[in-house]
Design a protein around this ligand. Structure first.
Ligand SMILES: [Zn+2]
Length: 299
């Protein structure tokens, strides 16, 4: 039986938790097979990972690794994963990001209703990026835009991307981090302060500040977003410090927080389960808040 005392009942009822201790993407091939088949979510409390990645097809065993991700999601009670694929080399070229997004669209077909897709673009290739976003959202059913570190989010070159996402009413998951130095490999990384500034210019944009637990000084980031009420905070990342979720709830409120893993699967789900919050607050963070964002989409 599960030994996790923090497990909310809606997850433990699925009999999946017995596998959670061994469930990680890397360990998956050695893990026992699921005793119960995955049931598409009919329960009220959907669990959506707002930040996941599929594997670039230049990687060895990308197909198996994508399957492993779904198996781990099964074991941890994650219903849907919002995925992007990034180019191994950045800045991404138009050919590079188009290929990544075509693979995401294929994965949505392979794993219907499990994989949701973000369209990744490099805003520096503005015309191609705008075409790609429109095509991915309108024709391929992708649910949002993923931006990385090619340009700081307050650079005017990014603005047309934000304006298109507003028009299509889809969220933008923006890579972010705040270190107390400029990371040499990411000189144009955005942080919570830049996203807050962008949200003042575009308060109607659905901005998600990525992986607070994988982006340096998390306390700084939470405080930087305090007066930016339209920016959501993705709680993913591999850092397992105590108190992140509780501080984010206190400063930002439950409704601005999104569960995510960014491939640190047990850390991602564990920090929400272990947080000192009531079950309704956990359910909102685990899926309802993301569902609300996705439902704003233009039809
Ligand atoms: Zn990132």
């Amino acid at each position: 039986m599960p030994t996790d005392n923090h497990a909310p009942p809606q997850i433990s009822r699925r009999t999946l938790l017995q596998y959670s201790a061994i469930a990680s993407v890397g360990a998956s091939p050695l893990a026992p097979r699921l005793a119960v088949a995955y049931e598409p979510s009919k329960h009220a409390d959907i669990v959506i990972d707002c930040h996941a990645h599929l594997h670039h097809h230049s990687q060895n065993e990308w197909e198996q690794r994508d399957r492993n991700l779904i198996e781990v999601a099964d074991r941890l009670g994650i219903d849907q994963l919002c995925c992007s694929i990034l180019t191994p080399q950045r800045p991404a070229t138009p050919e590079g990001f188009r290929q990544c997004n075509a693979w995401v669209a294929d994965a949505i077909d392979r794993f219907p209703n499990r994989i949701l897709g973000y369209c990744y673009v490099n805003p520096g290739h503005q015309a191609e990026a705008l075409d790609e976003i429109r095509r991915c959202v309108e024709d391929r059913g992708l649910i949002g835009v993923k931006l990385y570190n090619e340009h700081r989010c307050t650079d005017p070159i990014v603005f047309p991307i934000i304006e298109l996402a507003i028009e299509l009413r889809v969220p933008i998951l923006h890579h972010a981090g705040h270190m107390h130095f400029v990371p040499p490999e990411q000189p144009l990384i955005s942080d919570g302060g830049h996203l807050a500034e962008l949200s003042q210019r575009y308060p109607e944009a659905m901005l998600i500040c990525a992986h607070v637990c994988g982006g340096g000084d998390w306390e700084w980031t939470i405080k930087a977003l305090r007066h930016a009420p339209s920016v959501m905070l993705d709680l993913s990342g591999s850092v397992i410090d105590d108190g992140v979720v509780e501080m984010a709830v206190e400063v930002l409120g439950v409704d601005r927080l999104l569960f995510g893993c960014d491939m640190s699967m047990t850390a991602g789900i564990g920090r929400i389960r272990a947080a000192e919050l009531d079950e309704e607050a956990k359910a909102r963070i685990l899926g309802k808040n993301m569902q609300t964002l996705l439902q704003r989409r233009a039809t």
